[in-house]
Design a binder for this molecule. Sequence first.
Ligand code: GDP
Ligand code: MG
Length: 454
Amino acid sequence: ALSDKLQRSFKNLRGQGTLTDENINDALREIRVALLESDVNLDVARDIIEHIRAKALGSTVATALSPAEQIVKIVRDELMEVLGKDTARFKFASQPPTVILMAGLQGSGKTTTTGKLAAWLKKGGHRPLLVSVDVYRPAAREQLKVVASTVGVQIYEGKLSETTGTADVLRLAKEAFREARNFANDVLIVDTAGRLGIDQALMDEMAQLKKELNPSEILFVADAMTGQDAVNSAKAFNDLLQITGAVLTKMDGDSRGGAALSIRKITGQPIKFLGTGEKPDAFEPFHPDRIVSRILGMGDIATLLERAEEKLDKDKATAFAKKALSGDGFSLEDFRDQLRQIKKLGSMQSILKMLPSVGPFQGMQQAAQNVDQKQFDRVEAIINSMTKKERQNSSIINGSRRKRIALGAGVQVSEVNNLLKQHAQMSKMFKTMGTPGGAGKMQQRLMSQMGGMR
Ligand code: GDP
Ligand code: MG
């Protein structure tokens, strides 16, 4: 990753307080490579590098930061500044329906994104109506119909006239607008035709659509994999339409998302969403810090956390908490399920160290100091060696059963004893805790108990 290279470039600089022209050149070279490898446009990369140089030159190393760290921080700050520090807001019209015009080249993901956006809006309590004005390709209109039914939103189909052309496009758009207004759809998303390249007739049509519909959002949809090319079309669409934001699709591929920087820098408009797969829910609001981390290869903590939470499977955790807090307590079987949930995340220690103190992970870092992965494996091995009956009712586990379990798990009998003791304590603790502390609290307790178990 870039930060490792920077560390190496600066290994002789330890203790030296000032960044000079010579010693930042190495670092800037690495940064340029990282930007270009991330598909940042050449001119944009050059511009960014010059900004960083100006900031870095002569700046004094803060006491807590090494020169390498300081450079990374300057780079990070600069990229954040380019991308806009906060998640961009989605604009709604003061008078519904809010119109969203989708723009972009063919294959960029407009139709797919239309569906994703509709699903996202629906989840937020809106009633979107979709319309396809791609009158030139019946298959494209059919595709949107499928998308609409997949995500369960309404579509205005309308009828095509004999002569397909811009007049037809505008008529359909107007009809859809009226339909939305008359039937209380508060958002109208207009999926448009795309071309493989910038095409004057299409661009004129887009301009007329804009004039006709007065959209609150004109979203430029760009395929992150197209890298450098995304920049040219972004510029063309923005010059003509003054886009209000962009959606970067196919971020599930290898692309590091450098196009985000280029599009932002060239259009001045924020990236509002990312597409991360073909399915309707593979869609997320854009967080500049995540792209910056991805470009810099510093590890994407926020995304990690989000995935972690998904995998933890809130429902399961809640069910577990409910059971544990009820009079029945929880069995070793429940305990093993929880362990497996946690283990799905990968190496405990690395994850716990990376997680911020948010939500269910509060206080876990502290516990992490005492936890090691092997301990988890041993605990699971012990529980695996039990019969189902034993897992469900640990009180039947007598001396000879303990010996058998220990032998099966390859551990000392004392470890089995410890686990049973801990389980009894936790079970009791949860019962007496009694208050609905939620799944997060539950796991937190569980973790610190695990830490003390050896
Ligand atoms: P349009 O021509 O701009 O309407 O593009 P489409 O919505 O038809 O998408 C073109 C292709 O890209 C389709 O095969 C989509 O499934 C795919 N696609 C769109 N968005 C994404 C994404 O975020 N990730 C991946 N992997 N594929 C996507
Ligand atoms: Mg399409």
